[in-house]
Design a protein around this ligand. Structure first.
Ligand code: XMP
Length: 514
């Protein structure tokens, strides 16, 4: 259990614990200690936080947490909270430490066993522990922190002033693992295989004999969620993929053929290309496009749902459940609420109706994105889907500046396929968050090809690096990769005679152009 003191690091701690193959959950520090203990944690980590322990109203923790017999490790602010609660002394030293800091190890103990006597660790603090509580051994010091790490092996209480969860801390992961394995006696047993076994059992218990439906967008989350539910309840699940004609080259086929072959999912593909093209005819305003795509998506999904309900009803079965690919960061950010709820307006596939009254099946709500990918791989979901970069629900419809027509979609699809292929070939997929290719259908420029004048369209390459899409920077792609993409696109896509690169961060721009 990671107790969050308002740190930007709590999610990172939870992830690192999971990297050590130990399951972790985040709870707010405002949760009463009795409730924390009622969750029966095998170990507790107190995160860092922005406050000073002796400031008015500073978040603290009931000392009962330290006498419950559960191993506890404090990190940064959590370390100071622990020191103060147990009778140590925390004070402002006047010497803040931020960033990489030299740590001098004076006793390795459990936490620092096998690590060097001098090591660099990531610090971010203004206060420091001056005196460890009684019974604790001091393990390390820094210039600004007389007590930079301590432990009481008998009571199984541990703490460090630095941030072991940050990659810049040289032996950070080792320190966390020493706490988990040696301090708390946990075993590295939390693996994708175990996650699957647990989720399959949970889904079976939740769903019983009822029927389940799932909107499959082609993205990673809905695909892995569907694969898990399929493994649990087989043909009780029906997936619907709305083919709005705005997908990239090969994506619908990947779902229709490869995903079904790998998972055995029962899939209905609704070919609605004409319907979306008709609804989008003559429209160039981005918001209008988005609304039309969202609205049409809902209509098609409702039709599909009605058919499935009618068919199930004919067999005397109920369709009570809807699969959602909600991930753990969404759960944490929305306050960690639990249990099934009616669907709110949706973000993933263009928006599902507000008045759907299904109960939700959310098998990914304890997982981070990279864990979802690991589970997907273990379930045999095709690699092209598992490693897919984010793609917006409205698809290529919002990557054509101008009217969305079959002709423009065809041009963009071919240019996009070239860019994706070359980026993959250059091994850059891991570095790039996503690389939209945008067709400026409303813009034409003069070119020369084969001794003749051309008057074609530009495409924009928009490679971005990002952690979470909230902010982003443009990716500095190697010039030779850009050159290859440019040459190939202009050679292979006749309508395009110019390739330009978007070098704007977010903000001020957004990632997508519309
Ligand atoms: P922006 O353009 O706002 O995009 O910087 C941030 C991230 O969200 C994706 N995106 C969408 N995803 N439905 C989605 O599922 C949408 O309507 C949508 N619009 C943008 C975008 O690709 C980027 O990853």
């Amino acid at each position: 259990m990671v107790v969050d003191f308002g740190a930007q690091y709590a999610q990172l701690i939870a992830r690192r614990v999971r990297e050590a193959k130990v399951y972790s959950e985040i709870v707010p520090h405002t949760m009463p200690v009795a409730d924390m203990l009622a969750k029966d944690p095998a170990a507790i980590i107190l995160s860092g936080g922005p406050s000073s322990v002796y400031a008015d109203g500073a978040p603290s923790v009931d000392p009962a947490l330290f006498t419950a017999g559960v191993p506890v490790m404090g990190i940064c602010y959590g370390f100071q909270v622990m020191a103060q609660a147990l009778g140590g002394e925390v004070a402002r030293t006047g010497l803040s430490e931020f960033g990489g800091t030299a740590v001098d190890v004076c006793a390795t103990g459990v936490l620092l066993a096998g690590t060097p006597v001098r090591q660099s660790a990531w610090m971010s603090h203004g206060d420091a522990v001056h005196r460890a509580p009684q019974g604790f051994e001091v393990l390390a010091t820094t210039t600004g922190a007389p007590v930079a790490a301590f432990e009481d092996r008998g009571r199984r209480l541990f703490g460090v002033q630095w941030h072991p969860e940050v990659r810049h801390s040289e032996h950070g992961q080792t320190v966390l693992e020493h706490f988990l394995y040696d301090g708390a006696g946990l075993a590295p047993e939390w693996t994708p295989g175990n996650v699957i076994a647990d989720q399959v059992a949970a889904i079976k218990a939740q769903v019983g004999d009822a029927r389940v439906i799932c909107a499959l967008s082609g993205g990673v989350d809905s695909a892995v969620a569907a694969a898990l539910v399929q493994k649990a309840v087989g043909d009780q699940l029906t997936c619907v993929h709305v083919d709005h004609g705005l997908m990239r080259e090969g994506e619908v086929e990947q779902i229709e053929r490869d995903f079904v072959a790998a998972t055995g999912v029962r899939l209905i593909v609704r070919d609605e290309k004409e319907r979306f093209l008709t609804a989008l005819a003559g429209v160039t305003d981005p918001e209008t496009k988005r609304k039309i795509i969202g609205r049409e998506f809902i209509r098609v999904f409702e039709d599909a749902q009605r058919d499935i309900v009618a068919e199930a009803g004919a067999h005397g079965e109920e369709v009570r459940f809807l699969v959602q690919g909600t991930l753990y960061p969404d759960v944490v950010e929305s306050g960690g609420g639990e249990g099934a709820a009616n669907i709110k307006s949706h973000h993933n596939v263009g928006g599902l109706p507000d008045d759907l009254t299904f109960e939700l099946v959310e098998p990914l709500r304890t997982l981070f994105k990279d864990e979802v990918r690991a589970v997907g791989r273990e379930l045999g979901v095709p690699e092209e889907i598992v490693s897919r970069q984010p793609f917006p629900g409205p698809g290529l419809g919002i990557r054509i500046i101008g009217e969305v027509t079959a002709h423009n979609l065809d041009i963009l699809r071919r240019a996009d396929a070239v860019a994706r292929e070359e980026l993959t070939k250059a091994g850059l997929d891991g570095e790039i968050w996503q690389c939209p290719v945008v067709l400026l259908a409303d813009v034409r420029s003069v070119g020369v090809q084969g001794d003749g004048r051309t008057y074609g369209h530009p495409v924009v390459l928009r490679p971005v690096s990002s952690e979470d899409a909230m902010t982003a920077d443009w990716t500095r792609l190697p010039y030779d990769v850009l050159a290859t993409i440019s040459t190939r696109i202009t050679n292979e896509v006749r309508e395009i005679n110019r390739v330009v690169l978007d070098v704007t961060s977010k903000p001020p721009a957004t990632i997508e152009w519309e």
